[in-house]
Design a protein around this ligand. Structure first.
Ligand code: TXA
Ligand code: MG
Length: 318
């Protein structure tokens, strides 16, 4: 694997877009900001660039990548849309909603992006500089979260460097990610919507805006191959639903449970999502077991609990 002196360029710097587009068009990887978490981007039409994503992350090749597009028009070049997906794009893009749709057969997207599936995941990030980079590159970018596979997703340029310094040439720094957890993923099959990964856009938000029910993920119908149980793993063990601290633990609080640090003192779930990975990373520095206060399993809490359960699961790749 090539080694680099990783450069960090602020989004406010004049040359930021040009630097990113120049690396991407040479087939190199760039860590890019999005409103959810930082992504590890490659030109989605360049086979060898996309393959480097899998190498740099240590990601299993069966786990497909999300294609980030500048808008619905670009998406429609690569996926088949129907009235439901068109309406979701209109209502939620740009924003943290990923759609898994049938891939167009003659599309130029490199094969490893969809890992052999006949679908493609598309998303339009709510981060202007990132859409500008995609626009100027003229191709979608494939981008998983910019962390070594199975580890915590990065919500700052420093988090990216902690996992990938020396492995990529460039990080575009846009400060802390607004949402803090990855996008909601939905699939559409036989005109029905399925939730494949919960996020800050909730199933209720989608139902409200589309007047359609959102069904739970059905493993037999649509698969999200990357949804391995052990994921988002800090180094330390994680204990959930902790109402008080035991010996050898650091406690992450929420609402009335104060803890050594808190996801949200006021019990606000969006704030808790924003702080989730950052707080677990910080707690992990203590070397102690990470205990986490109960999080209500409603609204955005469903996505937070999804990440917490994976963080606490027995490690598949110790
Ligand atoms: O917010 C996000 O979505 C971030 C930022 C960078 O955009 N990206 C992200 O990518 O979370 P990643 O690779 O960490 O997670 C992508 C998920 C995986 O679980 C993968 O299996 C699923 O999307 N996925 C991708 N393509 C798919 C497809 N064609 N069918 C089903 N699931 C797919
Ligand atoms: Mg990820």
């Amino acid at each position: 694997m090539a080694t680099f002196k990783t450069q960090v360029v602020s989004e406010a710097e004049k040359g930021a877009v040009t630097a990113a587009v120049s690396c991407l068009s040479k087939g190199q990887l760039v860590a890019i900001p999005t409103e959810t978490v930082y992504g590890l981007a490659a030109d989605a039409t360049e086979h060898s660039a996309v393959q480097q994503i899998f190498e740099v992350k240590g990601r299993p090749s069966f786990n497909p990548l999300i294609c980030h597009v500048a808008g619905p028009e670009m998406a429609k070049k690569f996926v088949e849309v129907d009235p439901i997906s068109t309406s979701l794009m209109e209502k939620f893009w740009p924003g943290p909603l990923t759609l898994v749709l049938p891939a167009k057969k003659d599309s130029r997207i490199a094969d490893p992006v969809s890992a052999g599936l006949n679908t493609l995941a598309v998303r339009c990030p709510d981060k202007e500089i990132t859409r500008t980079i995609i626009d100027e590159l003229g191709h979608p970018i494939a981008a998983p979260s910019a962390n070594p596979s199975g580890k915590l997703s990065p919500t700052s340029a420093d988090d990216v460097l902690a996992g990938l310094a020396g492995k990529i040439p460039l990080v575009i720094d846009a400060g802390p990610s607004r949402e803090g957890i990855e996008s909601t993923i939905v699939g559409i099959k036989d005109e029905k919507l399925y939730l494949l990964r919960p996020g800050t856009i909730t199933a209720e938000d989608i139902s409200e805006k589309t007047s359609l029910p959102v069904f739970d993920r059905d493993d037999n119908e649509i698969t999200a191959p990357g949804q391995l149980l052990s994921h988002y793993a800090p180094n330390a063990p994680v204990r959930l639903n902790a109402t008080e601290k035991q010996a050898g633990e650091v406690l992450i609080g929420f609402g009335d449970i104060e803890g050594d640090m808190t996801l949200s003192a006021s019990g606000n779930l969006s704030e808790a999502a924003h702080n989730l990975f950052k707080t677990i990373r910080f707690a992990d520095k203590s070397g102690l077991t990470i205990a986490v206060a109960p999080i209500p399993n409603t609204g955005v809490g469903i996505a937070i609990n999804d990440r917490l359960h994976r963080a606490a699961a027995p490690r598949e790749n110790p």
